[in-house]
Write a protein that binds this ligand. Structure first.
Ligand code: ADP
Length: 192
């Protein structure tokens, strides 16, 4: 199995790139943001809770996110591997993911970060907000809140995965296909 985490700040292109590369490696793409949004639009109990946090640009609490993610993983097993997009976003989530994978005798193979500077991210997200229908992309205030949440809760994961010698960062700016090429070449170099 191959398990990859695609890492980066909001708007860094995680979802786009994960969709583009998943078929290359026959991986299941799990986007926590997409799962929460699907639940919200279907009006499930999970969706009703998640939207209260998402709409403010805050992270959904760990307990809720972790149990949702575990169910997702189980529903796709057995498979060739996963590409996790938007998870883990806190140290607690990362530790839970390690524990869960370990219980199945699996592990994370690598964490690939898409590096993009904040000004560019804000520009991208506001642009996406014009067509995505995502309320969290429409206001600069909510975008800033998401970037703050990243700095406070998600950034510590860089050291967490550096300590495990799994962290790789690539330039996430430039033509979409160029970023995909960079991503595939770094993944290939690690698995060959
Ligand atoms: P982006 O990366 O552009 O912020 P996502 O679709 O990944 O977009 O996430 C949207 C929102 O969903 C987040 O702002 C947060 O509220 C919630 N969310 C997604 N993943 C997680 C997670 N792992 N932990 C907590 N909340 C999450």
């Amino acid at each position: 199995m191959l398990n990859i985490i695609i890492f980066g700040k909001p708007g860094s292109g995680k979802g786009t790139q994960a969709s583009l590369i998943k078929d290359n490696y026959n991986l299941v793409h799990i986007s926590t943001g997409d799962v929460f949004r699907k639940n919200t639009s279907q009006g499930t109990d999970l969706g009703k809770v998640a939207v209260q946090f998402m709409s403010k640009g805050e992270l959904v609490p760990d307990e809720i996110t972790i149990s949702m993610l575990k169910e997702e993983i189980k529903s796709f097993m057995p498979c060739n591997g996963f590409i996790f997009d938007g998870f883990p976003r806190t140290i607690i989530q990362a530790e839970s993911l390690d524990d869960l994978l370990k219980s199945m005798e699996l592990n994370i193979d690598m964490v690939v970060a898409l590096d993009v500077e904040n000004n560019k991210l804000i520009e991208r997200l506001l642009n996406r907000g014009k067509t995505s229908g995502r309320s969290d992309d429409k206001s600069e205030e909510k975008i800033n809140k998401r970037l703050e949440e990243y700095d406070k809760k998600t950034k510590p994961l860089i050291d967490f995965y550096k300590n495990q010698k799994k962290f790789i960062s690539i330039n996430g700016v430039g033509d979409l296909n160029d970023v995909t090429t960079r991503l595939i070449s770094i993944i290939d170099s690690k698995i060959s």
